[in-house]
Write a protein that binds this ligand. Sequence first.
Ligand code: DGL
Length: 271
Amino acid sequence: MDEVMPEKKPIGILDSGVGGLSVLRHIQALMPNENLIYFADQANIPYGPRPPAEIRRFSEEITRFLLRKGSKVIVVACNTASGAALEHLRSAFPDMSFVGMEPAVKPGVYQSRQGKIGILATAGTFGSRRYANLMARYAWGVVAFEDPCLGLVEQIEAGKLSTQETDRILRDALAPMLNAGVDTLVLGCTHYPFVLPSIRRLAGPGVNVIDPAPAVALQVQRVLRQQHYLTEETALRDVHGYTTGDARNLEMSVEQLLSQFFPISAIEWDG
Ligand code: DGL
């Protein structure tokens, strides 16, 4: 990959499954000329209940893969992996730029009129030190309600975006928050924007829902601009996906979730 001009190199994006596609679509919209590589670790999904050390190991392995593919920046498009592994990745790969995710608590607190926010994220994210630090820094003076929406990641992975079961999970998660007067919801898992219409329907028009993906795309653009790695050319853009699960399945998910097609290859770890 050494002969490739830095700006032509792809942006690497990783998640445990389809969640990172909710970030990929904003990166595409903001930087339509960039080549992208998407990595879904679907053999190991969900990350939410896994021990942090295991998620660090997976994330490191995926990062090595994305580096071999010539990535110029790596977007950890997964709150759970960012919570468990981002610091580790930055110290293990000091020459690489990483853009990570965290629940948008700061804008949530800022935007809440009643000082009551609801945060939807995985158990792994809620248990992380990154999250504890975030809450300690920004969530004072507000009441924060948390829910891990158990089973929701699996429903979204299976393409069941508006089934009765998906609605039930969301209703169970949202009811206590809404009854308590929450007026702002923070989506702290990259899978959840794909059920945004259901969340809005259940929460009603008075509740503001924050998807951090547009802000993450802007941060990726900022990082690339600083490094003079942004592609200005309107060359034919290439998007390619990799999964540790079933390639055809992920192609169909991409079609369902993003209404687009890009080729996916299945990969097997050798260690
Ligand atoms: N999409 C991931 C996140 O943002 C988590 C999904 C999982 O539990 O694997 O947290």
